[in-house]
Ligand binder design. Structure first.
Ligand code: F6P
Length: 363
């Protein structure tokens, strides 16, 4: 009887921990006597010219801590399913057909699709097209429904918190306002977590539209207390009340909008209104680079092992999810329907407010 063979691919933007998931899948599959094929360049590797690599469990050791993905990934190409803010496009039938044909030709029993909102939306379409698969939730944005944490998020928060710690000392030395712009797309999880963990003074997130009056008030309040510097954390998707998202570069119709630039606008406006010397740092892709934190390593390992277990149990169309204290299986459709955003009245924001942090609103 032929050996069972499964495939794994990483889709969308990269993030710390992708390799750790690959390692966990390969090692768990090997213990079941299965072989694993890595599909290269995201879903694209399933299309002609097909590109895949047999993954040897003896070569997985270094992957636990390595950043990026050894399989490569892409958030554009023939499989685009997410365009613009929340719009879903249908992957053309001929592309789905071709992927299914190659899946069969490769002799795969099932596919592990590691990805965020966009990639899991594609995975769901492939599943409905007849490819047995399971999903693993990846994204630094932590904006997927049905899981409390996606992997990569904790690593991004660690990076942003470290940046805030560094900005803290230079801001205090110069009595400046320091503005840190972080990623997160339409969700403020990175900004809120790093802002609170890093002792930020003002945290601006997409879920709570801000006013410059409220920001000024907070800075003035600090000055009155003798605190002559201020740390501002701005999520790239934050926007002033009644304003729109700030985007950068030429926007392409076949992919999600590229957010960025709100940090500079906020910094310029603070300097204009308060006269205080203000500097801005855009953390950008540093948040996606490098290896995973211990938390993410563990999460990736649990996710990878659980994904293989789901395949063993033929629970296809499901995504592994972290619902503390357990790792569970949830239908992929539950994860991709809408984005999970920071509840403005939730515990996280409440914690910040209790400590006197401002979210740029009237409160
Ligand atoms: O979704 C992850 C993410 O890093 C977002 O936080 C950010 O808006 C976007 O991807 C950046 O994408 P790109 O790598 O295409 O610049």
């Amino acid at each position: 009887m032929a050996q069972t063979r499964i495939g794994i691919l990483t889709g969308g933007g990269d993030c710390p921990g992708l390799n750790a998931v690959i390692r966990a899948v390969v090692k768990s599959a090997t213990r079941l006597g299965w072989e694993t094929f890595g599909i290269n360049h995201g879903f694209e590797g399933l299309l002609e010219p097909v590109s895949c690599t047999r993954l040897d469990h003896r070569e997985m050791g270094a992957l636990l801590t390595a950043g990026g993905t050894v399989l490569g990934t892409t958030n554009r190409g023939r499989f685009t399913a997410k365009v613009g803010h929340g719009n879903v496009a249908r992957v053309p039938d001929e592309i789905l057909d071709q992927a299914k044909r190659n899946f069969i030709l490769l002799g795969l029993r099932a596919l592990v699709c590691v990805g965020g909102d966009g990639s899991l939306t594609i995975a769901q379409q492939l599943f409905e097209h007849g490819i047995p698969l399971v999903g693993v939730p990846k994204t630094i944005d932590n904006d997927l429904e049905a899981t409390v944490f996606t992997f990569g998020f904790d690593s991004a928060v660690a990076c942003a918190t470290d940046a805030l710690d560094r900005l803290h000392t230079t801001a205090a030395s110069h009595n400046r306002v320091m503005v840190l712009e972080v990623m997160g797309r339409y969700a403020g999880w990175i900004a809120a977590h790093a802002g609170i963990a890093g002792g930020g003074d003002i945290i601006l997130i997409p879920e709570i539209p801000f006013t410059y009056e409220a920001i000024n008030r907070k800075i003035a309040e600090r000055e009155q207390m003798g605190r002559l510097f201020t740390l501002v954390v701005v999520a790239e998707g934050a926007r002033p009340k009644g304003g729109d998202f700030v985007t950068q570069g030429v926007q392409q119709s076949d992919r999600e909008a590229r957010l960025g630039g709100i940090g500079s606008q906020v910094a310029a406006e603070i300097q204009r209104r308060t006269g205080k010397e203000t500097r801005v740092v855009v953390l950008g892709h540093l948040q996606r680079g490098g290896g995973p934190t211990c938390f993410d390593r563990l999460l990736c390992t649990r996710f990878g092992a659980k994904a293989v277990q789901l395949i063993k149990e033929e629970q296809y169309g499901y995504m592994v999810a972290h619902v503390p204290p357990d790792t569970k299986a949830v239908p992929i459709t539950q994860a991709i329907g809408r984005l999970r955003t920071v509840p403005p009245e939730g515990d996280l924001v409440h914690t910040g407010r209790m400590l006197g942090m401002s979210f740029g609103d009237e409160e």
